[in-house]
Write a protein that binds this ligand. Structure first.
Ligand code: C2E
Ligand code: MG
Ligand code: MG
Ligand code: MG
Length: 288
């Protein structure tokens, strides 16, 4: 097609490709700079106990205050971060933040778990994985307050990944399978015996709200979860009806705008922690 239109087409194509590459390189060097300066931020979204409305955990979500483009969300830069390998540094900072927080909190006031998203890449990179284990070991028993979330994306060797999960869990950290139902929804991972939580993706929850067959399917996943001894968390709860759907499915915990929006870290430390009761708010898969 392009050939028929003569040489000019090629030049035009090359130029736009060139521009795209330059853009990418600029973004990459800006992200490197942001990582070096520590200017990536994390917002925190609560995971709520549906029966008591208590905050059972908080999930750290990365944000990038870009010098020209404003506040960027993961969708704007995570792909580039994956392609360039910078994702490993983002994840390292997320873990460092969470560990620091866990070490300094007042356990008599705050027993909520803290959840961090990691790229599956960290499980395949020997150096990065060793560093992760070292960081986790360095915080002792405090590590029991930490959840590491992984999606199925990028996982091709399930046995190896399950082995990594086992190593991490032996240190006391908890593992969550994130975005379940958005991808291939691997049963092998569900039956691995190395999961503490499965987070059912917002898309599946939204479909379950609309459609009885989907709801039955999602309910089966919750039942498998309870039989296998892990906790199922519903993601993306935006309306009362979605909340009811999650409850009907048997989910005891959920996350979403309706329940609690993500807040800045300042807000998180100031407001959220003040609200946390001294009561036991740890996650359990038994209804209270
Ligand atoms: P996720 O781990 O599934 O995080 C939940 C996403 O749902 C967040 O998007 C959150 O803002 C959004 N959300 C909150 N309430 C609702 C709701 O009511 N409805 C719907 N539909 N969505 C809701 P966010 O912050 O844009 O993050 C997107 C994804 O980026 C995350 O999905 C996670 O996979 C990834 N991510 C975030 N932070 C990190 C990080 O530090 N490291 C890595 N590797 N990935 C991260
Ligand atoms: Mg997550
Ligand atoms: Mg998710
Ligand atoms: Mg997601």
């Amino acid at each position: 097609q392009a050939k028929n239109k003569g040489r000019g087409r090629y030049v035009l194509f090359d130029q736009s490709l060139h521009t795209k590459l330059i853009d990418q390189l600029n973004q990459e060097s800006e992200l490197r700079k942001a990582l070096k300066e520590g200017s990536l931020e994390f917002v925190f979204q609560p995971v709520v106990n549906l029966s008591s409305n208590e905050v059972a955990a908080v999930e750290a979500l990365v944000r990038w205050q870009h010098p020209n483009l404003g506040l960027l969300k993961p969708a704007d830069f995570l792909e580039m971060a994956h392609d360039t390998g910078l994702i490993l540094q983002i994840d390292k900072q997320a873990v460092a933040h969470a560990c620091e927080y866990l070490q300094h909190r007042d356990l008599s006031k705050d027993k909520a778990l803290i959840s961090v998203n990691l790229s599956s890449r960290i499980l395949c990179d020997e150096t990065a994985f060793a560093q992760l284990l070292e960081t986790l070991s360095s915080i002792g028993d405090t590590v029991q307050g930490l959840i590491l979330e992984f999606t199925e994306k990028g996982i091709d060797n399930i046995e190896q990944v399950v082995g990594c999960f086992a190593t991490l869990r032996a240190l006391g950290v908890r593992i969550a399978l994130d975005d379940f139902g958005a991808g291939i929804a691997s049963l092998a991972l569900l039956y691995s015996g190395e999961l503490d939580f499965v987070k059912v993706d917002a898309k599946l929850i939204h479909r379950a709200e609309q459609d009885l067959a989907q709801r039955r399917f999602a309910t089966s996943i919750v039942n498998i979860g309870h039989e296998q001894g892990f906790i199922v968390i519903a993601e993306g709860i935006e309306t009362e009806l979605m909340k009811e759907t999650a409850e009907t499915m048997g989910c005891l915990f959920a996350q979403g705008q309706l329940l609690a929006e993500a807040v800045s870290s300042d807000e998180f430390y100031r407001q959220l922690l003040a609200e946390l009761s001294a009561e036991d708010v740890t996650l359990t898969n038994r209804a209270s």
